[in-house]
Write a protein that binds this ligand. Structure first.
Ligand code: ZN
Length: 230
């Protein structure tokens, strides 16, 4: 079920880790960001969008993790974008013939085993580096690429609606997933920089500040308390 969080911005929350698909209303269709996870959720979303003025005009994946790269045939054959770095990472993943089988195997440990359609996974086009906005006929959606959580991760700022789409960077039920903690980058600094937008921005339904971990001394690992039951 779609729920409006700002004028012309709706979300569909997955039961799987409460991640959000985000729908932005444009002039003749919608932009669909990180569509969702299980086949039935994607089907439900397609039903909700099966209304005049709501055909999917374009898609966007915030980052190259499998649960943000999914699609459903009923959502249509439209341009699906990500950052150039995200798309390159996905190409690398899919060049391995066993990639989808490994995702399916990983899902066997979860409550959604066998429920995730992987056939249209990752069919995205990389937008040239430094692209400032998603090319589509709707509100300006600013691409803020950063180095936290996953290669080529993009937070999306829909300034005129006061909405920040954070794509796994802020969660009520998961600890902050910083990225490659064994890499050379300072992932904690990257994470905090990436989640420190102006106070007026929102992540779907709650203030960003409420979802960031509390400030810690430099070098300390951020901590967050999940909501009860998780
Ligand atoms: Zn992720």
């Amino acid at each position: 079920m779609l729920r409006q969080v700002a004028e012309g911005v709706l979300i569909h929350q997955s039961e799987f880790v409460q991640s959000n698909a985000v729908v932005v209303q444009g002039r003749a269709g919608v932009l669909l960001i990180d569509p969702g996870v299980t086949g039935s959720e994607l089907d439900c979303l397609a039903n909700d969008l099966h209304e005049p003025g709501r055909p999917v005009a374009a898609g966007f994946s915030t980052h190259p993790h499998w649960d943000h790269l999914l699609w459903h045939a009923r959502l249509g054959e439209v341009p699906r974008y990500g950052t150039a770095r995200c798309a390159a990472n996905v190409r690398g993943q899919l060049s391995d013939a066993g990639a989808k089988a490994r995702i399916a195997a990983h899902l066997l440990e979860t409550e959604i085993a066998g429920q995730v359609p992987l056939d249209l996974l990752g069919l995205i086009t990389g937008l040239p580096a430094e692209t400032a906005r998603i090319p589509w006929d709707g509100p300006h959606v600013r691409i803020i690429e950063h180095q936290a959580h996953a290669p080529g991760h993009a937070a999306l700022l829909i300034e005129e609606r006061g909405v920040l789409v954070a794509g796994d960077m802020l969660s009520d039920v998961l600890i902050p997933m910083l990225g490659d903690v064994n890499g050379t980058d300072d992932v904690i600094e990257d994470y905090l920089a990436a989640t420190g937008p102006p106070a007026s921005d929102r992540c779907a339904t709650q203030p960003v500040r409420a979802r960031r971990p509390p400030d810690r001394p430099p070098g300390a690992v951020p901590a967050a308390a999940p909501i009860p039951g998780w």
